[in-house]
Design a protein around this ligand. Structure first.
Ligand code: ADP
Length: 510
């Protein structure tokens, strides 16, 4: 038994991204914050991820000796580097992070792809190798976790390998069918789905690179309409599965929200649940934020007015306190509702900017058509400004300086920006979906209650109408708006509660 002590667990986070090392989305934030929060609860947490070019080797320590990873047709060799994920001011213990360094698989810019090759052709092989390497790492450092916690499709083969080979070395590398691998014998797996829209679906011609037999292809549920699906196999193999909000867990059990995996998820019954992500309250706290001109809090909001002015100045907008600023920070992807906002000829952004007395600022990057439309629109409208790109600093200024924050997501497993907005006294305007439903309460015009403005069906008209409603409230229900801001700011979105729920999930699995 590998337990560290009474009720304390050894947990290995297997992930393709983690801040501050590599990030393409909310997954990176979630993994690091959760790890630190669990460490604060006394669990022994470690992280393993690939070493991409973006992770500077000079800042890492190299473990002695190379590591061999059994792969189809032989062995691949890699180096292991390590660094500590700092605990920060909260006093959390640092989390030991390991980097799998393989030039052929990860020695490149881009996590999953780049501009020329959005989904690297060798991704099935890259991430099969990574998942296999997670086990070899434990052997190399002589540290066997109670919980292998895999995140999203790139790590989804970890539960599969555990069940079909690593736990009882049978199917893959060992010649003796009954030989037991003591080391992982008690280990259980948890798979967290951060976004069901990404599943790792590839031609089954690539299945050989998992090193598993064709019996496992069917047993573990890799088959997906004559293709191979990594996430589906992970869902079927993991001891417990969860996603990042209770409401998204419910939605994914339906045909509409299940991305064709609602069946396998329903089959897992009680083993599938939803746990709301938290936010990093050290990074996203208006009282300590160093990116904004002056700190502020629910007790003293002067700093928010300064942030609004600075934001208007940054974008060259009239520096008026009267006009509401609507902010948006987003990956420019269909998931985020950009088609209904900026779609040529029917998007609502043009109409609400022309017809309403507001200012609209956007920071984002992603699909080329959207970047093009947004740049075009910003050139034609005086009250719409956009920056195409990625900027941590500007994202903080937008959160602090805006009055409203727009998030018209088609679907949203959890979403972070609406929670940042609430913490910064910026009222979210969101679609009633996924984690947005779990974190925002719709405005009730009669009672003045609520923390945001919500709509059910995604269409250019409903975005237009809901922004119109918020702008109307801004000009006519000032007291309600102020009360909503403060209500949002006093909510607790820290990771503490979520970490306790994960600890509970581990116990159920273990
Ligand atoms: P997703 O992971 O689906 O993109 P989330 O809301 O869960 O959406 O998390 C996105 C994270 O990435 C947030 O922290 C958000 O502020 C950040 N982000 C997205 N686009 C940008 C950008 N262009 N510049 C800075 N931060 C961004």
């Amino acid at each position: 038994m590998a337990k560290t002590g009474e009720n304390k667990l050894k947990i290995l986070m297997c992930t393709s991204e983690a801040v501050p090392f590599a990030k393409t989305g909310g997954l990176a934030d979630a993994v690091s914050s959760l790890s630190l929060a669990l460490a604060s609860l006394g669990h022994e947490v470690r992280i393993v991820m690939p070493r991409y070019y973006a992770v500077d080797r000079d800042r890492l320590k190299k473990l002695e000796g190379a590591m061999g990873v059994p792969m189809a047709g032989g062995e691949e060799w890699c180096a292991i580097y390590t660094a500590e994920l700092p605990g920060g001011q909260t006093g959390a213990k640092p989390v030991q992070t390991y980097f799998i360094d393989h030039e052929g698989f990860f020695g490149r810019d881009g996590v999953y792809g780049n501009a020329a090759e959005p989904d690297f052709l060798d991704n099935p092989r890259r991430f099969a190798f990574f998942c296999k390497a997670c086990f070899q790492l434990c052997r190399k450092i002589g540290w066997y976790p109670d919980i292998l916690h895999a995140h999203d499709w790139p790590a989804a083969l970890v539960p599969v390998f555990l069940r079909h080979g690593e736990k009882y070395r049978a199917h893959s590398t060992s010649s003796s069918f009954s030989e037991q691998n003591e080391s992982f014998e008690k280990t259980v797996s948890v798979l967290t789905i951060h976004n069901l829209g990404y599943q790792g679906i590839y031609s089954k011609d690539s299945f050989f690179c998992t090193g598993l037999g064709w019996d496992v292809f069917y047993q573990a549920g890799f088959d997906d309409w004559n293709m191979m699906n990594y996430l589906k196999a992970g869902i079927i193999s993991a001891d417990r599965i969860n996603t990042v909000s209770p409401n998204y867990a419910k939605e994914t059990l339906s045909q509409e929200g299940g991305f064709r995996l609602d069946g396998p998820l329903r089959d897992r019954g009680e083993a599938y649940s939803g746990i709301l992500n938290g936010i990093d309250t050290e990074v996203w706290n208006p009282a300590t934020d160093t990116y904004i001109p002056a700190p502020y809090s629910a007790e003293n909001m002067k700093g928010k007015a300064r942030a609004k002015k600075a934001l208007q100045k940054y974008f060259g907008l009239p520096e008026s306190t009267k006009v509401p600023v609507v902010g948006m920070i987003s990956r420019l992807a269909e998931q985020k509702g950009i088609g209904d906002l900026f779609g040529p000829s029917f998007g609502s952004a043009f109409s609400f900017c022309v017809n309403m007395d507001l200012q609209f600022v956007l920071l984002g990057s992603g699909e080329a058509w959207a970047e093009h439309e947004i740049t075009n629109l910003a050139g034609r409208l005086a009250n719409f400004k956009a920056e195409i790109g990625y900027s941590e600093e500007l994202s903080h200024l937008i959160e602090a300086g805006s009055d409203f924050f727009l998030m018209p997501s088609r679907y949203e497993p959890c979403g972070l920006n609406q929670m940042y907005s609430l913490a910064y006294g910026t009222i979210p305007i969101v679609r009633n979906t996924g984690g947005l439903s779990d974190t925002v309460q719709n405005y009730n015009q009669k009672t003045g209650e609520g923390t945001g403005f919500m709509f059910d069906y995604l269409s250019p008209n409903s975005i237009y109408d809901t922004i119109g409603w918020a702008v109307w409230a801004w000009y006519n229900k000032k007291k309600d708006i102020d009360a909503m801001r403060l209500r949002g700011m006093t909510q607790d979105f820290s990771w503490n509660k979520s970490a306790l729920q994960y600890a509970e999930l581990y116990r159920k699995a273990y």
